[in-house]
Write a protein that binds this ligand. Structure first.
Ligand SMILES: NC(=O)c1ccc[n+]([C@@H]2O[C@H](COP(=O)([O-])OP(=O)(O)OC[C@H]3O[C@@H](n4cnc5c(N)ncnc54)[C@H](OP(=O)(O)O)[C@@H]3O)[C@@H](O)[C@H]2O)c1
Length: 333
């Protein structure tokens, strides 16, 4: 099968597509599913894992990729899934035509969602939903500030904030502001690459400031300048490349709550919440209130390295997806 195999650690630009990679086992174990991958979601950590720099490294050689949407090729007896079912989920090896996934990391893909949309929602949407609902307890009518609002988790946060009835201010690079407004549904957009951008946020909120900050970049210190007294700041990620260090006097002076969210740890620590979040999210997708946004890069396995480099170089918006199978083999898109 075709797959993006990492035999030696290197930057993705140095790795070539393997055309005859070994297929995974044809008979999945009792808690596994064999999946025909149609689309796969790109993540920054793929670039790190490819170079041996990520916190979890499979033994080499391994197939890169972590998120997929596709159809079930084989399921064990008694499984709630059957061959042909449309599914999405997470599994090491998503940049290959077939992958074996743990059943707990697979969900049925709603008919309203395409394979491309499904390939990018397993990590972004539950992270943003649990951050805003479970952790920050965002309320209808509150002001929400989303940093990197045109990116994967950011765009999900904008849409979820709107679905919850918040006023949403989206911050992004200038070329991505239109996307955050038109596809994310943000009420206001602010270019946060300009000095003093916080003044614009204060102006939009009538001088009051925002109640909640959603930060996947590592810029909470900057954002505290436009947070209300008693506000909440969500630590979601460090896309800026450095783990932010926060002067706690700022936290103290404004009575701010700084709240962490690591969705990947919920499956182990709070399993019941995982199914609750997905029940709520799937209802929002089904009703059309959440619409996953896919970057228009049209990458295939053959051009995957370009996609990873575009992601690395901050050229993308929405969720970046690669077509793993040829369109003729993908069925309904
Ligand atoms: N806590 C969790 O459970 C969880 C779950 C998923 C992801 N994350 C983390 O959240 C972060 C964002 O993930 P994502 O999937 O949204 O990524 P993404 O789609 O690649 O978006 C990241 C955005 O960050 C902004 N950015 C700011 N400074 C940047 C820089 N120096 N280099 C690259 N991008 C920069 C860019 O938007 P602008 O150009 O508009 O600034 C970019 O679009 C990552 O650190 C990821 O690890 C955390």
């Amino acid at each position: 099968m075709k797959a993006f195999v990492v035999s030696e650690y290197a930057h993705p630009s140095k790795i070539h597509l393997t055309h005859n990679a070994p297929e995974p086992v044809q008979k999945p174990g009792s808690d596994e599913l064999l999946i025909d991958v149609h689309s796969a979601g790109l993540n920054f950590f793929d670039i790190l894992q490819c170079q041996g720099k990520y916190q979890t490294q499979p033994p080499r050689p391994f197939v890169l990729g972590a998120e997929f949407a596709g159809t079930v090729a084989a399921a064990p007896p008694g499984s709630p899934y059957k061959p042909g079912d449309r599914v999405f989920g997470a599994a090491q090896g998503a940049y290959g035509e077939r992958v074996v996934a743990q059943r707990d990391y697979v969900l049925h893909l709603l008919d309203v969602l395409s394979f491309d949309q499904g390939a990018g929602i397993f990590m972004t949407y539950p992270t943003s939903y649990e951050a805003l609902v479970g952790r920050a307890k965002l309320q209808t009518g509150e002001w929400l500030l989303v940093l990197a609002a045109a990116g994967g988790v950011g765009m999900a946060a904008v849409q979820i904030g709107k679905a919850l009835g918040a006023h949403v201010i989206a911050c992004a690079s200038p070329s991505k502001l239109d996307v955050a407004r038109s596809m994310g549904g943000a009420d206001f957009v602010v270019d946060y690459t300009q000095d003093g951008w916080q003044k614009e946020v204060l102006k939009i909120t009538g001088g009051r400031g925002v109640d909640v900050v959603f930060d996947p970049v590592g810029r909470i210190k900057d954002a505290l300048k436009c947070v209300v007294w008693g506000g909440r700041a969500l630590v979601v990620g460090f896309a800026g490349g450095e783990i932010e260090k926060l002067p706690l006097n700022l936290v103290l002076l404004k009575n701010v709550s700084v709240i962490g969210i690591y969705w990947g740890s919920y499956q182990k620590n709070k399993t019941t919440r995982v199914s609750e979040v997905w029940t709520e999210l799937l209802a929002l997708f089904a009703s059309g209130r959440l619409k996953p946004v896919v970057f228009n890069g049209r990458y295939t396995l053959g051009t995957l390295t370009q996609g990873l480099q575009d992601l690395e170089n901050r050229k993308t918006w929405g969720k970046v997806v690669v077509h793993v199978r040829e369109p003729s083999a993908r069925g309904k898109l």
